[in-house]
Structures are given as C-alpha cells and as structure tokens.
Design a protein. Structure first.
Lengths: 357, 393
C-alpha cells in the first residue's frame, strides 16, 4: 500500500463557511421571507433583494457513491457546485440564478430523481438501519420506508394534506431518531422474551450490568449456571438486556412485528410538542412490501385528511376529536395493549365522565 | 461485475416511484465485494425475517475511543464480503452544506477503502460511511483527517452536535445555529473522541420553535432559538395575505393564547400574552417576524424510550443570549456534566438522572434559579423538602 498522508487528530469538522454558496454567505442572517413555489421548489429572498432557489429531491438516505457523484455533476452544472442535505435526508440543490431553475428541475426529472418534500405533504421518512446494518433490528427500516413512500409518493410530489405529516421508522424500540414524536411512526417490536445462552453468557457478558439493564427487574443471577435467569411474566421484550449481553438474543422471526404510533410532533406551532401514542400494537412482519402496514398507515392518512382542519397536525386533530373517536373513525381495534401500565400510566387514564359515544 | 446472488425479494423493492435503497446497493455492487455480499445477506434477512448482524466489537482508530462502530455478519463464511462491515462516522459540517469538490473528495476515499455505500446522514447528524474492514480504518482516518475531516462521536461520549440551517437560509432563526454547533463541536473535541461520560450526551440546536432538527425530542441538551419583545408587523403585507387567506380562521382562531385580533383590516398582537409558538409567523412570513431581542431557551433531558420511557427535554434556562464566545453557555454545560459525572450511574442519561435525583436537586447542583417557565404546573402533593437554613432551631 502506498504511504499514507500524515494523520491529524481533534481537528473537528471542516468549517461550514467553506461550503456556503456565495449568495448565502453574503446574506447570512439577512433573509426576509420565503415562498413555496411547488412541492419541489421554493425561493428565499434576502433584505438585499438577492434570491436563492432551492430544488428538493427525495433520497433513500442509503446512497451509493455513484449516486452522490451524479448529484455532484448536477450541482456543478446548475448550482456552482453547491448542494446540501436536509434534516430529513432530502437533497437540496441551491440555485442563485433564476434561469437555471427550470433546466435544473427538468434535468433532475430526466435523471429519475423525485422532486418534492416541501410544504404540507409527506416529506422524506426519517428511519434507522434495520436489517441493512443493525444487530438489534426487529424489522427492516429501508424496506418499510420504500413500501410506504411508493404508496404515498403523490403526497411528496404534488398533493397537499391539511398540514405536514412527518413519518418515521425505527427498527427496534431503541428508536435511533425522533421516532417517538412523529405524526406517524412505525416501530419494530418483539413479543417474546430473550433466550438465555448460559454457555456463552458467562464468558461474553458482565452479569451485574446485564441485570441492571432490565427496566422491570425481571433478570436475576443464576448461580447454578453462572448465568442469569428471567422472570418471564415481568419481561416486556424491550431487548435492552440483549444490547448489553449478546448471549440473550430476542429476535423471533414469527413473533417480531410492527407497532404504529401516531400524533406526535416536535414543533411548538399552535400546540406543544407531543409524544406519539399507540394506534396499533402489532402487525406481522411481511417483507418485502409489508402490505398490512402500508394499508394501516393509509387508513390513518385518509381519515386525517378527511377530518382535520387546515394547519392541524395529526396529533392536534386526534386531540380535538378525542382518541375514542380516532379508534371509531379508523376502525382500529382497541386492545388491552393500548392501556398504559408502565412509567407514565396514571397520567393517561380518563378522569372525567365526558367522552364521546 | 454482475450479481452474485438471486435477490427476488429485494428486486420487488426496486419498483415504484420512490428512490430505491436496493438500487443504491446494486450500484455500489458494481464496484465492491462488500455491496455484492450485502445484497446476498440482506436477501436472506428478507427471506428469514431476521437480522444477520452481530453486536459491534471494539474497533477504532489510534487515540480515539469512538467514531467507528464495529459490525460483523453472523454468516462470514457464506458472505465473506461483509464479514467486517464497520461504520465510520464522519463529522458533518454544520447545516449539511457541501461543495461538490468536498463531497467528491470524501467519496473518493470511500471508494478506495470501503463499500461505496453511505448514509447521508445518520440520525445524529454524521456523514455515515457504511461498511469497511478493520485493516482499512487507520488508512481511512489518515486520508480523511489529512484533508480536514474528522470523526464524530459514539459510545458514552458527547455525540456529534447538529443543527437546523439557521441564519444561512431561514428568516426565522433567532440564533446562529451553525456557528454555535461548530463552536460546541470544536470546544469539546476531547469529550467527543474519548468517551468518559456515564452515557451518551447529544446537543441539537434549533433556530426557532418550529424545531426542524427535532431537538426537543432527541437531544440531551436542546437549544431552541426565541425572542423577547414585540413581533414585527408589516400591515401592508397583512393586507396582501388577506387576499389569499382567511386571516380570522387560519391565524386569529388558531392562536393558542388568543392574543391576536384582526379588525378593520388591521392585525394587532398583545405581545405580553404571546407564548412565541411561531404559528402566525410561519403562515405569514412576509408580514410577521420574531421580536427584536434574540436568544434561546435551553431544555434538558430528551431521549428515546429505552429504558423507562421516552422523555422530551424540559426548560432549564428560559432565556439566554447566545453570542460568541458563549462563556455563560459553556460554564453551564461544564456544571451539568460535572453533576452528571458525580451522580450518574453507568448508562444513565442526564434526563433519567434528574428524574431519579429530583429536578430541584439538579437546579441546586448546577446553580440555576427556579422559574415558573420550567414547569407545566406546580406540584400537587404536599411532600416537599427544605434546606437546613429554612428551619428555625
């Protein structure tokens, strides 16, 4: 191997200023307003009168270098070599010359990029690694995202909803990403306790940290096997023990599945940020296209679209009509699993006789 | 190079309108054995409904305790290309802006040593280079760092801070999110690269209450821009909006505090009752703007549900000016980390520690003054503690 260049440590990331388009550098902190021109592009106007057009396209987040080079080719041609990514993993091409906007959009379409994701629709789905790269995944994430976004592509490219609908996918309850405060989120869940491999556990795992990893104190030492045992009725299948101890695998192809939670948001617009709450506790894992999951999400979106007022997010709509009404309108079965019996349970019980039939 | 394995299930996911991750892996498989074997392994997962990745082993680069996530397949003999499939977290520039030259440079390095697959970007914000072997790590790091790139955080350390694009393109940004994020990252390089905390600690910086970076849900410290003073109103622009919008219905009636009126074509705001939710500004951005005194609210504690339930960050500093050199801010972070270091258990997030020890105990420990903005309501039980100086002896 050729000699390597001299490494440096603790230099931190490159300074962002090096990467800003000139019009952004010039008008930094001096923007006046923006206008959404379509689901795929918008324009920001600075106090100086300068403008910058943004053209947004979808991304599966998992990108090959080949595709990134192609994005670079496009940005070189129309954007002076500037592009950025959004917090929801879309790609934005930044144009300072208006005459480049239409040719850029045409070129992107011709190359097969999907323009959209701006405004009151469904933007890119934030998601985790799933079977592509994670040891604790109860389902795949990229496949669920692809199956859903194919179904809801029109809400990305052209059709508006009452407000933004932020969807997220977490392949297990570790929930890398802001899944627990999304309008609609899918979460990979287990239904069966971990299996203990006593033979490997004694060498592979630290017993005190394995015991303390359990939120329900279901795990205790098993001196006979120099391993641990699980009080099965206490286990809630969170998989945290497996995170610290590989000898307690919890994945179960038959019983692992998807839970759907709804009504969360992170913005403070109108109402306070909200957690997402359980709509469906379990749907079977059915790759490659998870039709039951896609159908359930479609039911939520259709019901929301029909019932919400303009600007109302999913959670705001549900809180206005009431959760009892949400279950009635969606037809989702209400089960014992919907009733909280964990940390925050008492705050969720209805302490009034007012509710809707 | 053609395909190594038949992948009928994954092939289904190449169809449809949305860009396909399978197509991306196939593009990389034109170049690397990693990606070719990833297709085989992933097809098997789709067939069996089971992941084929093992726990990460301890791998990394010399002098760092994080930034690389070890990943091994449990079928190394069947798919040798992904026997090792480690992740390299490259610290992204604030705001996720790139020049094509910079991106091409990183991708060139990755094509030389890795799978040709990336995540743009990971949940925490890093540019994620997905899949390489242990032997290549030092070379990748030398190539990256000699060109001005560094690794992000992992493990029980400060994680790579990230932010919305703030003042670079948004008229609502009340603080310079990109400058602050860069400053935090540079200030705490040691805390990021050499894990020494009880558990992870994440910073996310949002320019306003719209919170496009989701800081309130997924940062141990959430910094959210806001203002004091009156919302700016341009009545002529309000008049323009009235031609396309029902201002009474969409703005006045949806204001959560009822502090706005619209009579005789004139919009008025009782700013003393405004809670700065941003709805009116977001809907009428040409007419309304955040008030003149800009700063941020600092909130602490959010995390995902593991272990005892998800938390959202709560207010610990109602208002702070955040301007260079950010002395007051860094002093506060230092006190919080010291208190966490002293009291936190292994794998206990700061939010969980505050729940265990009590919010008043935390405030005292880090010398913050209690303020009604910190709570939704005062306590409803009569079980409260007093200090020795409150008691007559």
């Amino acid at each position: 191997m050729a000699e390597l260049p001299q490494r440096q440590t603790d230099i931190g990331p490159p300074h962002y200023e090096k990467f800003l388009p000139p019009v952004i550098k010039k008008n930094y902190g001096q923007w006046s307003y923006h206008e959404v021109l379509s689901h795929g592009h918008m324009v920001h106007t600075a106090k100086s009168g300068d403008k910058i057009w943004t053209v947004r396209v979808a991304s599966p987040r998992l990108l090959s270098t080949t595709t990134i080079y192609e994005m670079c080719d496009v940005a070189d041609k129309y954007c002076g070599g500037h592009l950025r990514f959004t917090t929801r993993n879309n790609v934005e091409f930044l144009v300072s010359d208006e005459k480049n906007v239409t040719p850029l959009m045409e070129d992107l379409k011709k190359r097969g990029f999907l323009l959209g994701g701006i405004g009151d629709g469904i933007s890119n789905i934030v998601h985790t690694q799933g079977w592509v790269h994670c040891h604790s995944a109860a389902t795949d994430a990229s496949g669920l995202v692809k199956a859903m976004m194919d179904e809801f592509a029109d809400y990305f490219t052209k059709t508006s909803l009452p407000a933004r609908v932020r969807i997220a996918v977490a392949c297990c309850v570790n929930m890398c990403g802001a899944v627990h405060c999304s309008d609609i989120a899918l979460v990979g869940v287990h239904k069966t306790p971990p299996r203990i491999n006593a033979e490997t556990l004694k060498n592979q795992c630290e017993i005190p940290s394995t015991i303390s990893s359990c939120p329900t104190t279901a795990i205790s030492p098993d001196p006979k096997t120099k391993s641990v045992k699980i009080k099965l009725e206490k286990c809630m299948y969170c998989g945290n023990c497996y995170s610290v101890c590989p000898s307690m695998p919890i994945a179960d192809p038959v019983n692992d599945g998807i839970a759907i939670v709804v009504g969360g948001k992170v913005s403070n617009l109108r109402s306070n940020p909200k957690f997402s709450k359980l709509a469906i506790p379990w749907i079977p894992n059915n790759p490659p296209r998870w039709p039951e999951v896609v159908a359930a999400v479609k039911t939520i979106i259709d019901t929301y679209k029909a019932g919400a007022k303009k600007h109302e997010r999913v959670g705001e709509w549900v809180e206005r009509i009431g959760w009892e009404k949400f279950f009635a309108l969606t037809g989702f079965e209400f089960k014992a699993q919907h009733i909280d019996n964990f940390t925050f349970a008492r705050e969720t019980f209805r302490t009034t006789s007012s509710f809707k039939w | 190079m053609g395909k190594k394995y038949a992948t009928p299930l994954l092939d289904e996911l190449k169809k449809g309108a949305f860009p396909s991750f399978v197509t991306e892996i196939e593009k990389a498989a034109e170049k690397t054995e990693y990606a070719r074997d990833l297709l085989g392994l992933l097809e098997q997962s789709y067939r069996e409904k089971l992941t084929h990745w093992k726990h990460g082993g301890i791998v990394g680069v010399r002098g760092y305790g994080g930034g690389v996530i070890g990943r091994y397949s449990d079928l190394p003999d069947k798919y040798p290309g992904v026997a090792h499939f480690h992740t390299v977290r490259v610290n992204q520039p604030s705001g996720f802006y790139y020049t094509t030259a910079a991106l091409r440079e990183v991708m060139g390095i990755w094509d030389k040593y890795g799978s040709g697959l990336t995540n743009m970007h990971g949940s925490t914000g890093d540019m994620v280079l997905l899949g390489t072997n242990t032997e290549s790590l030092e070379a990748i790091f030398a190539e990256l760092s000699s060109r001005g790139w560094d690794l992000g955080g992992s493990g029980s350390a400060m994680r790579t801070p990230s932010c919305c694009l703030g003042k670079s393109r948004c008229e609502w940004a009340c603080i310079d999110t990109m400058a602050l994020t860069n400053e935090i990252t540079q200030h705490f390089q040691d805390e990021m690269h050499r894990p020494a905390f009880p558990y992870k600690f994440k910073f996310k910086v949002a320019g306003c209450a719209v919170d496009c970076i989701a800081s309130i849900a997924r940062a141990d410290m959430s910094i959210i821009g806001t203002w004091k003073g009156d919302i700016g109103i341009k009545q002529d622009e309000v008049a323009n909006y009235s031609k396309t919008m029902d201002i009474q219905k969409e703005i006045i009636d949806m204001c959560p505090t009822g502090c706005m009126t619209y009579t005789g074509g004139k919009l008025s705001i009782d700013n003393s009752n405004c809670n700065r939710c941003m709805h009116c500004i977001a809907q009428m951005t040409k007419a309304l703007s955040p008030g003149p005194e800009r700063g941020a609210t600092i909130l602490l504690g959010s995390k995902a549900p593991i272990v005892t339930g998800a938390l959202m960050s709560w207010v610990i500093v109602p208002f702070i000016k955040l301007e260079p050199p950010y002395e007051e801010f860094f002093e506060l972070v230092g006190k919080i980390w010291e208190w966490w270091d002293e009291h936190g258990k292994n794998r206990e997030r700061i939010g969980e520690l505050i729940e265990r020890m009590g919010f008043p105990t935390f405030l005292k420990g880090v010398e913050l003054t209690p303020h009604p903005a910190m709570i939704k309501s005062p306590r409803r039980d009569p079980f409260f503690f007093w200090d020795e100086e409150d008691i007559q002896r």
